[in-house]
Design a protein around this ligand. Sequence first.
Ligand code: PGA
Length: 246
Amino acid sequence: MKKLLIVANWKMNKIKDEAKNYLEEFLPLVKDAKSDIVIAPSFALLDYMQAKLKGTGIELSSQNMFFAPTGAFTGEVSADMLKDFDVKYVILGHSERRQYFLETDSFINKKVISALSNGLKPIICVGETIVQKKADLSKEIVKEQLSIILEGVTEKDVENIVIAYEPIWAIGTGFAMNASEVNEMAEYIIKLVQTLLQTTKKVKVLYGGSVNEDNASEFFNAASISGALVGGASLDAKKFAKIILG
Ligand code: PGA
């Protein structure tokens, strides 16, 4: 049985009080869960969440980071600062960062390299737009993204990276991709990463895009999908617990 990795991407949601209510409901529900659970709150909540998640087995992720170690980069957060809060994962290249903050694949690549050299596990987001999908370009787009984003990443890091396949048209829309199509893409990504990193090891591929408590098991039952990156449905403790518990 594969061990699923299920990640909550809270995006720019929740203040401390809301996180407190959420965890009071969520933690008892998932205390016997068999999956690896990760929560990615805003930077502002990391201190609070670190204290609350201690001893629960649930890991912390951030939603972004900058690649420089220190310096005059107003508004940015480094890998060291994240490690200070016991953060283990970092979501990089999310389509919202690409869309609103103009992040490019080569910029994301620098962050991936920095995260790995600091012992953080990047959750690397890739995926096509609806126009690209209709033009049957999904695989080409993902290949282009990963070829640049994984430049300089070596075979020894396959186990330290996670790829989140998130077709942009499925994010926050309520229109999840069909599980067998995602599985096909996951197989493609696994092979692509094997080629790019010259390894026979298999990278973990998560699916993200309108995953909810009704459709999650379809993805989890697919052979090559290792888990999910969940946005909207992860904001509700009961719904997220249901996704985890099946
Ligand atoms: P969604 O978001 O689950 O709300 O579609 C997923 C994501 O953006 O990571």
